[in-house]
Design a protein around this ligand. Structure first.
Ligand SMILES: Cc1cc2nc3c(=O)[nH]c(=O)nc-3n(C[C@H](O)[C@H](O)[C@H](O)COP(=O)(O)OP(=O)(O)OC[C@H]3O[C@@H](n4cnc5c(N)ncnc54)[C@H](O)[C@@H]3O)c2cc1C
Length: 332
């Protein structure tokens, strides 16, 4: 028999926004429940973090462990699963999880981030993990002494190429644009100082080369580089951005920002649907600045908005009056 949980606020996600929201729901003494399919989100796999205030240099995974430890002090339940659907049941929301369980919640905070974009070339999926990667900061150390390319022209691509240059012999940064406009200038300076990183502007990957035994062995470009349109490579890193995971919020009638396709939130992280809130990289709340600190800040603000909604609507099902032993009251 699948389990059924009841909570005041379902917090979907397990990244910076979700854990920050969980901390503040606990502080406001409403019952929060975190449901996410990958601990730590993008912060945990993004490598070293040097711009999170208070931590001059910390590994992203370790930073997320600290988030989690702080939330654990309040015994907020954390379920390792994906939210697969949410329905508006009138006086509450009903979520279905990938582990088969269901959650009844007075309010929902969507903090489920973004899905990395693909080139959509033949064999891209089949060779993922065999020469095709979407996270240079995760896999760069595997390319010691090898030759690899990073595709893209944003911050992740530039930072990935710099990092990869520390391990690989030769790195090609392939960008369809004519110059860098989005990465921090300090990162572009660092890139220009990397002797083994070669930048190819106005160039695209036309085809992935390889076979099912070896995986990826190279790429074909849409225009020649140094007289050749084929490049032999040990791997490529596709860093061309990410799309907000809006399908479930949209199914509830949540409006998106028409320019960015992100959940549109006001300054209190309210969406247009009462009881549904957004936080972190899935929202348009911090413009183009998508960072761990901005995600965490939005998580905190969304928790206050959810608390106010729960209180005003009389939806509190699980307000805990004696201390913080919330886990005991989580299961219905
Ligand atoms: C390579 C890279 C390097 C970066 N470097 C830095 C840096 O140095 N400094 C910095 O401040 N920021 C950095 N960032 C940005 C930072 O990682 C993000 O801004 C931050 O992770 C956003 O947090 P979030 O909680 O909104 O989303 P995420 O971290 O993306 O978390 C989303 C969570 O939702 C979960 N999820 C997804 N779908 C579902 C579902 N259906 N149900 C339940 N859970 C779901 C995911 O598993 C994940 O746990 C970097 C990002 C990348 C990609």
């Amino acid at each position: 028999m699948p389990e059924t949980h009841t909570t005041d606020v379902l917090i979907a996600g397990q990244g910076a926004a979700a854990f920050a929201a969980a901390l503040y729901t606990a502080r406001y003494q409403i019952h929060g429940m975190v449901v996410g399919d990958r601990f730590g989100g993008e912060t945990a796999i993004g490598g070293g973090i040097e711009n999170y205030p208070g931590y001059p240099d910390i590994d992203g995974f370790d930073l997320m462990l600290k988030f989690r430890e702080q939330v654990d002090k309040y015994d907020v339940p954390v379920i390792d699963a994906a939210v697969t659907a949410v329905e508006n049941a009138g006086n509450h929301f009903m979520a279905t999880l990938s582990d088969g369980s269901a959650v009844h919640a007075g309010a929902v905070i969507f903090a489920i981030g973004r899905e990395r974009r693909k080139l959509n070339l033949a064999n891209e999926e089949a060779w993922t993990g065999r020469g095709v990667s979407y996270c240079s900061t995760c896999d760069a150390p595997l390319y010691r002494g090898k030759t690899a390319a990073v595709i893209g022209g944003g911050s992740a691509a530039v930072e990935g190429a710099i990092l990869l240059g520390k391990y690989a012999d030769q790195v090609y940064l392939i960008y369809r644009g004519g110059g860098f406009t989005r990465p921090e200038p300090v990162m572009v300076d660092l890139l220009n100082k990397s002797k083994n990183v070669h930048v190819l502007f106005e160039t695209e990957v036309a085809e992935l080369l390889g076979d099912d035994t070896a995986g990826l062995t190279g790429i074909r470009l849409n225009r020649p580089y140094e007289g050749k349109d084929e490049m032999t490579l040990d791997g490529i890193f596709i860093e061309i951005g990410a799309d907000p995971r809006v399908a479930i919020p949209q199914s509830l009638g949540v409006k998106l920002n028409p320019e960015t396709n992100e959940i549109h939130v006001d300054r209190n992280m309210n969406t247009n649907v009462p009881g549904i809130f957004g936080a972190g990289d899935i929202t348009d709340g911090s413009g183009t600045l998508k960072q761990t600190i901005t995600a965490a800040a939005q998580g905190v603000v969304s928790a206050l908005a959810a608390y106010q909604f729960i209180s005003e609507q009389g939806r509190a099902c699980c307000v805990h009056e004696a201390g913080y032993d919330l886990r005991a009251s989580a299961a219905d």
